[in-house]
Design a protein around this ligand. Structure first.
Ligand SMILES: [Zn+2]
Length: 766
């Protein structure tokens, strides 16, 4: 049933490269090698066993395993022994990074009455690991500055730039105040950054029950959501500037690396910041007076939310140990037969904030089971063409430390060798969630067609497609499809994948080194409010998430198949048609953004001139009128359009060369030496980077994808252009359009080069 369905889809949509009666074609494979590959992949997919995944998670989550803890090292050594037991060549690579831990934490409400925050997550009787207080990291935000401040409190909603515009209208300033923001909407590190930009002297971040507590579902241990005293730990390092060790930007944090003095590490926050539970937040918020908040700012606590400032006055004192800690990256290598210096890299972190069962062991267990599966195949005689590098990263939670330092330390060899990086992290039940480089969009669609969904018993791809068509949205995880999305999902040969921002270990690979990357996982069905708390543990995961580990097995099957298919292909399966169409959409988006921004400013200036704001103001609840702004110039998008034209021409040329190579059972692929074509394909993603990076953040070199400077995890595509427009830097926007246009032309030339090389190879010319 399944193979019939897959074949008929492929007949109508796929290029018939090496199509044979028994199996659809594999992009980049001659028909003989495709048949062979499919046999090995089928053997591989039969190997992962949910019972193993469960045992791995139980073992690695048995004790807290954060950076610098004894059990973090213990887990790394255990992973190493397992990889060796699977027959793989593995080792541990150490780095030495700044990792602050709390020495002193105090939060007190001084006025109008006294309240001392608990700052503790209590043990829960039926949850055995929640009582390991002696080994747990206290609740805190890593890379908060030290500080001792007493100041009035101001509620700033999610604490994103738009919230401060609203505060301006309300006539409220955070200057000299402590801002209290709720988790959500942006990555947490953005909140203290924006608060400090507006003059706040301290910042509190609390988990509002509306977002992941009792308003969203039953709380732990009755349900999966955040209990009253649950706290979300997490890093507040300014990762949109650069992730990794704050003391060694751009270089690996080896023992003798040159380190910045602490006071020059710009990614540490400017003000002290502390995360708190809603149990601790309620008395503080209740003590605020002043204006009631705009409706969109209301949370789920049984109080009237006020903005402040005052009369609530708060004392916040934080002191940290600013120590270097050792990281344990565990890395296994399977040498390639034909192309040993082309690497397919696969990674997941192993460190957690506390017991970290969901984050990260649900993903790390899948990776370990993939490693076992590959070990079994090797013993049966399988030999990949390319080298496979399997990585268990340490120190992801504090700031992508283990992956970033490894990528920086190995940058010279990765520059020529790294073909693709595939990442995973937390895993749950639901649809396949794939995002990454659009040169790999077609590829990951092909993988998803060959793996079954454990619940729906249909190929992952089919369920993924139905989720895209459906307006139903069981968990709120995915946006409901609008008409255009629905039709595109229904009719397109390939489902669109999202672009990568940040928030996991792919960041250094794609953003810094320009390695084509994918992030894979399942989700959408399980709600959770235990993120980065002591309750993210084996008890929680086996009661409220993928409790029978069948989606863990599906992740091992999906990522493992992707790794094998990339490692064994004669021709790397990059595709430039989907990529070019996607970049074309981004170009139209930034053009529309500039026009809309301009229109909005013109309209608002007109309203100010007309006296609109004074006329409609409510004198009992007055709001301050905005001030007039300079009308932005029209921007010249011609360089981007010209870049797109080059890219489109190059993609068409590659399509032609590929079509020729794919004809006739793709026999030419088996004959030709494709070493140089593959090397050129690898270089196409590098062509999307600039050495000088993005404006004001040179570490981020990719010019198509980057995490937003003011979103943190959320992606900004064509970031240099888009953020210049968003931040109303019109002159810079004009300059960046020229630079990015040139990047598109460079990429076009790189793709054209690959097309010419492929043509030459399959025609057998020297
Ligand atoms: Zn994680």
């Amino acid at each position: 049933m399944k193979s019939l369905l897959v074949s008929s889809l492929c007949l109508s949509f796929c290029i018939p490269l090496g199509f044979s009666a028994d199996a659809p074609a594999l992009r980049g494979y001659s028909s003989d090698s495709a048949r062979n590959e499919r046999e090995w992949e089928a053997k591989f997919r039969a190997i992962p066993d949910p019972a193993n995944l469960r045992a791995y998670m139980q073992r690695m989550s048995a004790r807290p395993h954060h950076v610098g803890s004894p059990y973090d090292k213990d887990n790394a050594e255990w992973l190493l022994s397992k990889l060796k037991e699977f027959g793989l060549d593995a080792s541990i690579e150490n780095f030495y990074v700044l990792f602050p831990t709390p020495k002193e934490r105090a939060l007190t409400l001084l006025e109008p009455r006294q309240f001392t925050a608990k700052l503790e997550e209590p043990a829960i009787a039926q949850d055995p690991t929640s009582s390991q207080q002696g080994e747990q990291l206290p609740t805190y935000n890593a890379y908060s500055a030290d500080g001792d401040v007493t100041a009035p409190l101001v509620y700033v909603n999610y604490g994103v730039p738009a919230d401060y515009e609203e505060l301006d209208r309300l006539g409220v300033s955070v200057k000299g105040a402590i801002a209290i923001a709720r988790y959500g909407e942006s990555w947490r590190g953005i909140k203290p950054k924006v608060a400090a930009e507006h003059g706040a002297v301290g910042c509190l971040i609390y988990s509002d029950p509306r977002d992941d507590g009792y308003a969203a579902g039953d709380v732990f241990p009755a349900g999966p959501m955040r209990p009253k005293d649950g706290v979300q730990r997490g890093s507040v390092m300014d990762m949109p500037v650069y992730p990794g060790d704050p003391l060694t930007p751009g270089v690996g944090a080896t023992k003798d690396a040159k380190r910045l003095p602490l006071n020059e590490a710009v990614t540490i926050t400017k003000i002290p910041v502390l995360p708190i539970s809603y149990g601790d937040a309620q008395p503080l918020l209740e003590a605020l007076a002043g204006r009631t908040v705009p409706p969109a700012w209301r949370g789920g606590l049984p109080i009237t939310y006020h903005v402040g400032p005052g009369p609530a006055k708060v004392h916040l004192k934080l002191k940290f140990n600013w120590d270097l800690k050792t990281l344990y990256d565990v890395v296994a290598r399977i040498p390639g037969g034909a192309y040993p210096d082309q690497w397919i890299i696969r990674g997941n972190h192993h460190d957690g904030w506390v017991n970290g069962a969901d984050d990260p062991l649900s993903g790390a267990s899948a990776l370990l089971e993939e490693a076992r599966g590959l070990g079994v195949l090797l013993r049966q005689g399988w030999k990949p063409k390319r080298t496979i590098v399997l990585c268990f990263w340490d120190g992801e939670e504090p700031g992508l430390l283990g992956s970033t330092e490894w990528a920086e330390a190995h940058a010279p060899e990765l520059a020529t060798r790294a073909a693709v990086y595939i990442n995973s992290d937390s895993n749950a039940r639901g649809e396949l969630q794939a995002s990454g480089s659009h040169t790999l969009e077609k590829f990951i669609n092909s993988v998803a067609r060959d793996i079954d969904d454990p619940e729906a018993k249909i190929p992952l791809w089919n369920r993924w497609r139905f989720f895209r068509i459906s307006a139903e949205n069981p968990s709120g995880a995915a946006a409901p499809a609008d008409g255009a999305d629905r039709e595109s999902a229904r009719n397109a040969a390939d489902l669109r994948i999202g672009a990568l921002g940040s928030g996991s270990d792919y960041t250094a690979f794609i953003d810094h080194l320009g390695v084509a990357s994918l992030n894979l996982g399942f989700g959408g069905e399980d709600r959770q409010g235990i993120y980065h708390s002591v309750y993210d543990d084996f008890y929680w995961y086996t009661h409220f998430s993928d409790s029978d580990f069948v989606y863990g097995r599906a992740l091992a099957q999906t990522a493992g198949t992707a790794v094998m298919r990339l490692a064994d292909a004669e021709l790397l399966p990059f595709d430039f048609d989907n990529f070019t169409a996607t970049v074309g959409r981004y170009v139209r988006e930034v053009e529309n953004l500039a026009r809309d921004k301009r229109d909005q400013i013109v309209e608002r200036n007109r309203q100010i001139d007309e006296g609109l704001f004074a006329a409609i103001d409510d004198p009992r609840f007055p709001r301050i009128a905005p001030s007039k702004e300079m009308v932005p110039p029209f921007l010249n998008f011609a360089p981007l359009e010209n870049g797109m034209a080059t890219l489109q021409r190059a993609a068409a040329l590659y399509g032609q060369a590929f079509g020729k190579a794919a004809g006739d059972g793709a026999a030419a692929l088996a004959r030709a030496s494709l070493r140089d074509v593959n090397a050129r394909l690898i270089s196409t993603e590098r062509a999307l980077t600039l050495n000088e990076g993005l404006p004001n953040r040179p570490w981020f070199r990719h010019q198509i994808y980057a995490p937003g400077f003011y979103t943190g995890y959320g992606v900004k595509t064509l970031p240099a252009v888009r953020e210049s427009i968003e931040q109303k830097q019109w002159k810079q926007a004009d300059e960046q359009i020229v630079r990015v246009g040139k990047v598109l032309e460079n990429a076009g030339e790189a793709i054209e080069g690959a097309a010419a090389e492929l043509k030459k190879a399959v025609e057998g010319k020297p």
